[in-house]
Design a protein around this ligand. Structure first.
Ligand SMILES: *Cc1c(COP(=O)(O)O)cnc(C)c1O
Length: 464
């Protein structure tokens, strides 16, 4: 007996109903609470023994309908926590097709590598990188970073011992960089975290001095990691100056553009992102500001030869043939650590085709304007204060309590999350707890930000 449905007619009916539930979920993304904790009773009911016998399709559908209610809430227009994309219904079309194809996109001669390479070409062109740039659609920026920095490390290892390698980034950098260094076997001391200026951008003079000192000490600078959008405040390092320093010292230049590189699409912000084109590698996420559904990150690497050299090492059972299914000139396994991979590129392809760059650019531009709107709302309230410049799409502020100011601001965030009205998060800015509002959401409108501010004022007042 196969695992195919015994009754295809019944399966079709349940599948159509499931599609309806999914579309309802997206069409009504604005309705109801942002986040709802999983009810204890439901959680307990899911803790069953390993299923031995099959459930009916109808029962499976009922369980899925329950599960769909208790996500983190990032499809909702008032999800402002961390940096999460809201996703878009166009992705459902691609995911249905991809599920039916059940492609292994790790290699061989079929449609997936063609689509993935095209998506990489579009991405390179948007970021201003050359046409022969290679890359992959990854699970996210964390994986993209590991791939990019491995190429950088392997290039450096041709000349130097790994214990002497040193990389540079700002103290505002996401911890995926430190994780990548760790996974690449580089010692903890090999990542120099350079302090920032008042705008939370890497302090250029300190960077230059640190590099000079390290060289004098016999170390070998191999990577500079610039930020196009830091996670705390959305600040953008001076990407052009970093490019000059990297070029003058023969250092690999990587940019973490996880969300902020999408601002290359914005007419008002794009001049600050021109330096992306000078990077040796870029890591960014389609699943954040681009609104592709999870997971979809991207790595772009300018030197395709070094990229392939770092990963291509085929055993006999994966041999290349000129013709047949073992052909095809682009096997993603030659460009990254994974062999089996899903057809993620299809989501990105469908998303870009169904919206065009112009619609996505409008979302980015609108979110940048909304962060300024929020900043002005904060400034106009006597009990609130801004904690960092609003460089892009993130606004950090707090309620001015006379005592226990950090605890009470954390409590405001907690109470608003639990109220279901909005989902902000916290961070620490200059040692102070901030209410952090990130706007990477195509569904957010200005009145959502008004609702948020009203909630902060209300909860704040109750805690005075
Ligand atoms: C989200 C984020 C990352 C990590 O990306 P994932 O897709 O979550 O792996 C890295 N850097 C920055 C600036 C981010 O915002």
């Amino acid at each position: 007996m196969t695992l195919d449905p015994k009754n295809w007619e019944e399966f079709r009916q349940v599948a159509h109903a499931m599609l309806e539930s999914s579309l309802d979920k997206m069409e009504n993304a604005r309705q109801g609470r942002v986040w709802t904790p999983v009810p204890k009773g439901l959680e307990a009911s899911f803790k069953t023994d390993t299923p031995n016998e099959s459930l009916s399709l109808q029962q499976i559908k009922e369980e899925l309908d329950q599960i769909m209610k208790y996500g983190p809430g990032n499809t909702h227009p008032r999800f402002f926590g961390w940096v999460n994309g809201a996703g878009s219904p166009s992705n459902i079309l691609a995911e249905i097709a991809a599920a039916a194809m059940n492609v292994n996109a790790g290699g061989r001669n079929h449609i997936a590598p063609i689509i993935e390479q095209q998506v990489i070409k579009w991405s390179a062109s948007i970021m201003g990188m050359p046409d022969n740039t290679t890359g992959l659609i990854t699970s996210g920026t964390s994986m993209a970073t590991i791939i990019a920095l491995k190429v950088a490390r392997d290039k450096a290892l041709e000349l130097h011992d790994h214990s002497t390698l040193v990389g540079y980034t700002s103290d505002q950098t996401h911890n995926c960089i430190a994780k990548a260094f760790d996974l690449l076997g580089l010692p903890k001391t090999s990542l120099q975290k350079i302090p920032c200026d008042n705008n939370y951008e890497i302090h250029i003079k300190t960077l230059k001095e640190t590099i000079e000192k390290d060289i004098a000490d016999g170390r070998h600078p191999f990577a500079i990691i610039g930020n196009a959008g830091t996670v705390n405040t959305g600040s953008i390092d001076n990407l052009n100056k970093l490019a000059d320093i990297a070029y003058n010292n023969g250092i690999w230049y990587h940019i973490d553009g996880a969300f902020g590189s999408a601002a290359i699409l914005s007419k008002t912000a794009q001049h600050r992102l021109k330096g992306l084109s000078k990077a040796d590698s870029i890591a960014f996420d389609f699943h954040k500001w681009w609104q592709v559904n999870y997971e979809a990150g991207c790595v772009l690497i300018k030197d395709s030869i070094l990229h392939k050299k770092s990963f291509a090492n085929r055993p006999e059972y994966l041999k290349y043939c000129q013709d047949g299914l073992s052909g095809g000139d682009f096997w993603t396994m030659d460009y990254g650590p994974e062999l089996s991979r899903s057809f993620r590129a299809l989501k990105v392809w469908v998303h870009l085709k169904s919206h065009g760059i112009s619609e996505i650019a409008n979302v980015v531009e609108r979110n940048i304007n909304q962060a300024q709107y929020l900043k002005n709302r904060v400034k106009s309230e006597a009990v609130l204060e801004l904690l960092a410049p609003v460089a892009l799409n993130i606004c950090c502020f707090r309620y001015k309590f006379k005592s226990n100011i950090d605890e009470k601001n954390s409590l405001i965030v907690l109470k608003i999350q639990e109220s279901g009205i909005a989902a902000p998060s916290t961070t620490t800015i200059g040692g102070n707890t901030a209410i952090r509002i990130n706007i990477t959401n195509h569904r957010t409108i200005n009145s959502d930000l008004d609702l948020l501010i009203n909630s902060v004022l209300e909860v704040g007042k109750s805690l005075v």
